[in-house]
Structure formats: C-alpha cells, structure tokens
Design a protein around this ligand. Structure first.
Ligand SMILES: C[S@@+](CC[C@H](N)C(=O)[O-])C[C@H]1O[C@@H](n2cnc3c(N)ncnc32)[C@H](O)[C@@H]1O
Length: 227
C-alpha cells in the first residue's frame, strides 16, 4: 500500500501550481496585471533562447520587431488590433507619436483606456477590428505600422469570422498610404478549415499588390514594400 508521505511529494507541486493559477486569476482583476506580465518578459525571452528559439516567439522579441520596423520605415504611427492588457502599447508608448489600438472585449478596452488616460497620443477603440478599422484608417495622414494581433484564428466569441484577416489586409493595403503590416502568430495560418496558409496570403498579397512583399520570420508575417 502507498504511504501517505509518498503521495504528499506528488501533491505539493500540484497545490503550488493551483495556488499560482489562483493568484494570477486574482491579479488579473487588478490594474497591476499588465506590470506583472511585463516583469515576465525578460525571463520569458531567455527561456525561449535556452529552448533553442521555438516557433512561438516571446513578447520581448515582438516588441523588438515592432520597434525595428517603425525605425526602418520611419513610421511615427502604430495601429494595433487586439489591445489585451496593453503590453505592446506600453512598450511602444515613447517610440511612436500616435498609437491606435482596437480591442473587442469592452472590459479590456476600458481598462486600457484608464491605463493610458494620461497619454493623449494613445487612443483605445472598442469593437471588432474589422468594423473599427475603417474609422482608424480615416484618421491616418501618412503611412503607419500595423501590428495585427487580434486572435484571427479563433479567439473566444469571434470564431465564426474567418474572413476578418483578409478583409483587414485588403482595407489596409488598398488605403492610399504604403503601410507596413506585421501579423503575429503566423503559425496559425494553417491552410485548413477556411483559414489561409502563409503561401495563400503571400500569393494573394503579392499578386494583388505587386509593390508589396511577404515573408515570415519568428512567427511574424511581414508585409513590406518591394525594394
Ligand atoms: C494575443 S492578445 C493581444 C496581445 C497584444 N497585442 C500585445 O502585444 O500585448 C489578442 C487580443 O485580441 C482581442 N480580440 C479578439 N478578437 C478581436 C476582434 N475581432 N477585434 C478586436 N480585438 C479582438 C482579444 O480580446 C485579446 O485581447
């Protein structure tokens, strides 16, 4: 018969894990959750390096990519879809003159509005990115950097809209300014169940907009100007 002490050894990590999950759930309801998440960015990055740079990339690398593309193309406006806890907005706060971010979940959008209330160059929009995008595009007076990160392949509540990504790409690429687009989680482009593959997106963009080129690196699909 197994001795109770033996069972305890297996139980301790489970209890600790459960406790951590409960703590995180509690923290999520407080305004400091974004800060708590940001504290994990560096360890997350080094853990990713230690694991040999797997496909799913850490947030710090995403921030670096957004920053670098903004600098490379001299873009002063950032448009983000999917605000979430405002981590990208916070990280890019001083890097862009204007930041527009669209969030579907009203609670998250309101939270971000409060968080960035002291920064008049940051505007948080609430709604479906496909619906709100024309309003944001109408505000632009020159080329911008787009960070598309709004759970395009089945985020809770919006699983039905498989056309959202292509609709947004079409709107942005048809706009009069030569915008640069970064799409996160390119691994989600699986080419099944109505979701396009990377090569579908590449051939669609490059044939319809011959001045553009598409490539994927570190799980980020990049639509830039053909040089
Ligand atoms: C991966 S998180 C975004 C992370 C954030 N961009 C960052 O870099 O810190 C995805 C977010 O997209 C939001 N979202 C999902 N569907 C959306 C839609 N149709 N329109 C706008 N936001 C949406 C989710 O509520 C969630 O907050």
């Amino acid at each position: 018969m197994e001795r109770p002490r033996g069972r305890l050894i297996f139980l301790v990590p489970k209890v600790a894990e459960g406790g951590l999950r409960a703590f995180r759930r509690l923290l999520k309801r407080t305004p400091v959750y974004g800060l708590y998440k940001a504290l994990g960015h560096h360890p997350d990055y080094w853990y990713w390096i230690a694991r040999g740079r797997p496909t799913r990339s850490p947030h710090l690398l995403k921030q670096k990519t957004v920053r670098e593309y903004g600098e490379k193309y001299g873009l002063r406006t950032l448009v983000e879809t999917g605000t979430y806890y405002g981590e990208m907005v916070a990280a890019m706060r001083t890097r862009f003159d204007r930041i527009y971010s669209i969030e579907y979940v009203a609670e998250l959008a309101n939270r971000a509005r409060q968080k960035f209330a002291r920064h008049p160059h940051i505007r948080i929009f609430c709604g479906d990115s496909r619906v709100v995008m024309p309003e944001v595009l109408a505000l632009l007076t020159g080329p911008a950097l787009f960070w598309l990160d709004a759970g395009y392949y089945g985020w809770v509540g919006k699983q039905g809209d498989q056309q959202r990504l292509s609709a947004e790409l079409e709107m942005i690429l048809s706009h009069p300014y030569p915008h640069i687009i970064l799409l996160d989680d390119a691994r989600g482009l699986i080419g099944q169940n109505g979701i396009p593959s990377v090569s579908d997106v590449k051939s669609y963009v490059e044939s319809k907009f011959p001045q553009r080129q598409v490539e994927v690196q570190f799980d980020i699909l990049r639509i830039t100007r053909r040089t």
